[in-house]
Write a protein that binds this ligand. Structure first.
Ligand SMILES: CCCCCCCCCCCC(=O)SCCNC(=O)CCNC(=O)[C@H](O)C(C)(C)COP(=O)(O)OP(=O)(O)OC[C@H]1O[C@@H](n2cnc3c(N)ncnc32)[C@H](O)[C@@H]1OP(=O)(O)O
Length: 225
C-alpha cells in the first residue's frame, strides 16, 4: 500500500459521536462558517477607506488568534458518528465547516438521483458577472458524485466531461444528476447545471470505487469471521 493511500484511509474516521453531539457541533460551527463566507463577500466588495480597512483587519486578526487556540491537525476528512451519520464537513462544495463551499445542500434519492438549488455570490465570478467555469465543474462533480453514492455505487471521479452550453449567471442556480448506467466497477452519471434561462452546463462523469476500497470490501465479504 502506498503512503498516499494509507494517508487517505486515516482520514475516513468513525469517531462515534452521538447524533446529539453532532447537532451541537453543527449549531456551533455552522454559523461560524456562514459568517466567514459572508466576510469573504464583504471583503471582496467593500469600498470603505484606509482607517476602516485597518480597523477591520485588527478585528479579523483577533478572531484568528481566538480560533487558532485549538485546531484539528490536518484536513477534516470524512467522519461517521455512532448512528452512521456521515460528516464531510470539510468538503469544498458542500462542507458545513467550509466557508469556501457555496454550500450545496443536496437532496439524494436511493434510485441514484441527486439535485440541489443553491446560490452563487460574487466570490464565484469568472467572466464578468458570470460563474467561473471551474466552479461549475466543482458543483457538477459533487452532485454527480452524490447521485452515484445515493444509488449505492459510489466512487472517486475518474473522468468528468463538461459541455458549457451557455454562460452561467451568478445567483440562484439548480443542478441535478442521475446514474445513467453501471459498467463493472464504473458508475456513469449524467447531469446538468441550470440558471433561470435553462441548462448552462451538461456533464457526464465516470465514478470508480478505488481499488483499495474494492479489495477491502471483497476481503470483508469473503472473511467468515
Ligand atoms: C471512497 C468513496 C468516495 C465517495 C465520494 C462521494 C463524493 C464524490 C464527490 C467528489 C468527487 C471528487 O472530487 S473525487 C476527487 C477527484 N478524483 C480523483 O482524485 C481520482 C484520482 N484517481 C484515482 O484515485 C484512481 O485513478 C481511480 C480511483 C479513479 C481509478 O483507480 P483504480 O481503482 O486503481 O482503477 P483500475 O482498477 O485501474 O480501473 C478500474 C476500471 O476503471 C477504468 N478507469 C481507471 N481510471 C479511469 C479514469 N480516470 N477514467 C475513466 N475510467 C477509468 C479502468 O479502465 C477500468 O475499467 P474496466 O477495465 O473495469 O472497464
Amino acid at each position: 500500500m502506498t503512503d498516499s493511500i494509507a494517508h487517505q484511509q486515516q482520514l475516513y474516521v468513525a469517531d462515534g459521536l452521538s447524533d446529539e453531539e453532532i447537532a451541537q457541533q453543527a449549531d456551533l460551527y455552522g454559523p461560524l462558517t456562514d459568517s466567514v463566507r459572508e466576510l469573504i463577500e464583504i471583503a471582496l466588495l467593500t469600498e470603505v477607506d484606509d482607517p476602516e480597512v485597518r480597523a477591520a483587519m485588527e478585528h479579523i486578526e483577533s478572531a484568528k488568534q481566538l480560533l487558532r487556540k485549538q485546531m484539528i491537525p490536518g484536513p477534516y476528512g470524512v467522519r461517521w458518528g455512532a448512528s452512521g451519520q456521515k460528516r464531510a464537513w470539510g468538503n469544498a462544495a458542500a462542507g458545513l465547516r467550509n466557508a469556501i463551499a457555496p454550500p450545496l445542500v443536496i437532496d439524494c434519492d436511493p434510485d441514484g438521483r441527486a439535485s440541489t438549488d443553491f446560490h452563487l455570490g460574487s466570490a464565484y465570478e469568472g467572466p464578468a458577472g458570470l460563474t467561473h467555469g471551474g466552479v461549475s465543474a466543482l458543483v457538477l462533480d459533487q452532485v454527480l458524485g452524490a447521485a452515484a453514492e445515493a444509488g449505492g455505487a459510489p466512487g472517486m471521479t475518474g473522468t468528468l466531461t463538461l459541455r458549457y452550453r451557455r454562460p452561467t449567471p451568478l445567483g440562484a442556480l439548480h443542478a441535478e444528476a442521475r446514474i445513467d448506467r453501471l459498467e463493472g466497477v464504473k458508475t456513469i452519471v449524467v447531469g446538468h447545471l441550470a440558471g433561470p434561462d435553462g441548462v448552462c452546463v451538461e456533464a457526464e462523469g465516470v465514478f470508480i470505487l478505488p481499488r483499495w476500497v474494492r479489495d477491502r470490501n471483497s476481503a470483508t465479504v469473503s472473511d467468515p469471521v
